[in-house]
Design a protein around this ligand. Structure first.
Ligand SMILES: [Zn+2]
Length: 323
């Protein structure tokens, strides 16, 4: 991407607007239209984050970091420069593009038997989670044509990561879940990497606006875990898309008093349980109670239900969760 296109991007995305969209609030105004607030990049108790909306620059007196909106996106989402640019592009105007892609994938889900069969095998057996999660299917080889017909240019599709540099659909034979600012694709085939995101990171907690209403929240690591719990009637569930939570997800869990039931995979090497314990400690530092749900050995919440576990049994595990 050349210098001019980068400047254009920065002009189109006012830093202040972007910060506010990430829930940042200024706490006091300074002279020359500048603002101070708590730093979204580190644990900040006294406002040390300065924003100059006219220059479109920020600087934090606490962690010493500063720069423009691209630099902010890099630090905030913990991604590389090129990913931050892709993410901002999408945020600026490709939102309709991602929604269009998601809509196309949803139509495909009902046209491809292998997709329905895969969902069934993963325990997604009622229309409720498919509707709620807007699950779709990327057969591969037809998204580009569809979006081009709608008037999207090839550079736009490449920029959003939907099409590869060679011009092919990025997602092939994948079940697709729309996230707030990305699309997650789960491969049906063992020969491709199982998990994929478009460039720009996984974003915040899945469906957090819904889950945060509850004083007790169940946190799982995968979207098929989420789907299984949702289908079983647990609507106080959210998903971190992996056991490592990014800074935004941690802030979300800590945005109010609640108990979080950490329900990671009970894998043989204990890595899920280790991650849960570690997370529980960092939640405690934020004043949030984390409880560890122990699933039967070798199970994740998804396989627990696929193997015949029911809502009462799962509820019992939640009630028996340890501190
Ligand atoms: Zn800072």
């Amino acid at each position: 991407m050349n210098r001019q296109a980068l400047d254009e991007l920065k002009q189109q995305i006012p830093l202040m607007g972007y910060l506010q969209a990430q829930d940042w609030k200024p706490t006091r105004s300074l002279n020359r239209g500048r603002w101070m607030g708590r730093c979204p990049l580190h644990e900040d108790h006294n406002p040390s984050f300065l924003v100059d909306p006219h220059k479109n620059l920020f600087y934090c007196y606490g962690c010493g970091r500063g720069g423009d909106v691209i630099r902010f996106a890099e630090l905030y989402h913990q991604v590389k420069f090129s990913q931050a640019v892709a993410l901002l592009h999408r945020w600026r105007g490709a939102e309709p593009l991602l929604q269009e892609a998601a809509r196309f994938y949803r139509i495909q889900l009902h046209r491809h038997h292998e997709a329905a069969a895969y969902l069934y095998q993963r325990g997604v057996r009622s229309p409720a989670p498919v509707e709620h999660m807007r699950i779709g299917y990327a057969p591969g080889g037809c998204l580009r044509g569809w979006l081009s017909q709608l008037g999207y240019s090839l550079p736009d599709l490449r920029q959003a990561g939907l099409v590869t540099s060679g011009g092919y659909d990025t997602y092939v034979h994948r079940v697709v879940f729309p996230l707030e600012d990305n699309l997650y694709g789960r491969s049906l085939s063992d020969s491709a990497p199982a998990h994929r995101f478009l460039p720009g990171g996984k974003g915040g907690l899945y469906s957090w606006e819904q889950a945060r209403q509850y004083p007790e929240v169940i946190l799982v690591e995968g979207l098929f875990d989420y789907a299984a719990l949702w289908q079983a009637g647990f609507h106080n569930v959210t998903c971190s898309l992996g056991t490592h939570l990014n800074a935004r997800q941690l802030r979300q869990l800590g945005d109010g008093p609640r108990t979080v039931y950490l329900t990671f995979d009970a894998d043989g090497n204990g890595s899920g349980q280790q991650a849960a314990q570690c997370l529980s400690r960092s939640l405690r530092d934020r004043g949030i109670t984390g409880r560890l749900v122990s699933l039967p050995a070798g199970h994740d919440p998804n396989s627990f239900f696929v193997a015949g576990g029911d809502a009462q049994e799962f509820q019992r595990l939640v009630e028996e969760a340890s501190l």
